[in-house]
Write a protein that binds this ligand. Sequence first.
Ligand SMILES: Cc1cc2nc3c(=O)[nH]c(=O)nc-3n(C[C@H](O)[C@H](O)[C@H](O)COP(=O)(O)OP(=O)(O)OC[C@H]3O[C@@H](n4cnc5c(N)ncnc54)[C@H](O)[C@@H]3O)c2cc1C
Length: 389
Amino acid sequence: MKDIHTLIIGGGIGGLTAALSLQRLGLRVSVYEQVPELGEIGAGVTITPNACHALNYLMGEEAVEQLCDVPASGAIKHFQTGETLIDTARGDIPRQQYGAHYCQVHRADLHNALAEAVRSNDPDCLHVGCRFTGLEESDSDITAIFENGRTATGDVLIGCDGVRSAVRQVLWGEDEVTFTGYIAWRGLVPTAGLNPEYLVPDPAAFAGRGHTFTRYKVRHGALYNFVAFSRRDEWVAESWSERAEIPELLAEFSDFAPEVQAIMHAIPPEQCFKWGLFDRPPLEQWTRGRASLLGDAGHPMTPFLAQGAAMAIEDGLILARAVEASDDWREALSRYEKARRERGSFVMLESHVNARRMYNRDPDNLSRNSHRSAEALGLYDYNPVTVPV
Ligand SMILES: Cc1cc2nc3c(=O)[nH]c(=O)nc-3n(C[C@H](O)[C@H](O)[C@H](O)COP(=O)(O)OP(=O)(O)OC[C@H]3O[C@@H](n4cnc5c(N)ncnc54)[C@H](O)[C@@H]3O)c2cc1C
């Protein structure tokens, strides 16, 4: 297995985590990304303890602490009054309880750190401008075919190409991609212009009827990330994300507390984007021959448990551990899928349940019992560094 060469399709957080995890074992990896320059969107991402274990293992705990913000405490607040409805213990408590931090980070910072680590292990590992379009498999290898006419041959191929995965389509055919009825706005606001009294505690989620607004700091307090959820009957834009107009966001959340309004008014116009949230049914199998799926390609995740990137990170490390534990590629892919598919599908479905709960809740009667977080589902108990593979 020391000679195994893995082709990774997609250089997002999932693909890069998988590449770094395989490199740590001294294995050869090549990553193929469609965009001409590697990068991530301007938004934050929550890293819960289950995923933080993997980052600590791959990058070192100190580097993760430098990159991320560990919030002191959090709250779910009433959308209109700003009154705290539920406290969420943060600070060092998650680390004491689960062995790793609950933290938040600018997506681009995490993505850059992963890409730099991958490049420093192998300067020739990352290939941009390579849009996967098809594959050919033989008894001895697998070849990826790219739109630009290039090909790449390896022993196994992992589709880490996100919710619209071309690898998934090639392996398992077209399946239904449906608009969930939810949309999300997100972006970053400079902290300098915000009233500090409006930022306590951090993070905070403001729970309304069918609407939620969440804010948390990234880059050690220099920026505030916001995510706002609402509903629509349909998504008419051609793309799944687009630049948003701030007046539309203000109108949608006009009955929210002044502390929410203040953040929305401070959004730089070029920093406001909105997403239609789309969904695909869970797959009964990921692996076919020498190819498998990872991250959103295998389990496209709505963001209502903040676990999509976390699951992609877990997948990446477990893939490498499955390779390490196996005698051949067939066993490796089988161990990987066995360890991951059930958990990926479970979180994906629970995220939908949470979306429905969010939409139907009554913010005037919200209590710890009516709120079901990723932590309450036991998701933080999972440690991808030690779980049996
Ligand atoms: C509003 C919102 C908020 C979220 N908040 C959180 C959060 O707080 N915490 C959390 O854990 N998750 C969160 N998520 C989910 C998270 O962003 C995703 O689940 C995660 O990015 C999935 O990572 P991935 O690497 O599998 O896919 P992606 O990040 O989508 O990366 C896929 C990569 O593949 C490339 N690619 C696509 N097609 C091809 C092709 N044909 N050939 C080559 N390359 C290709 C793409 O360019 C991209 O670089 C949120 C999502 C949304 C929409």
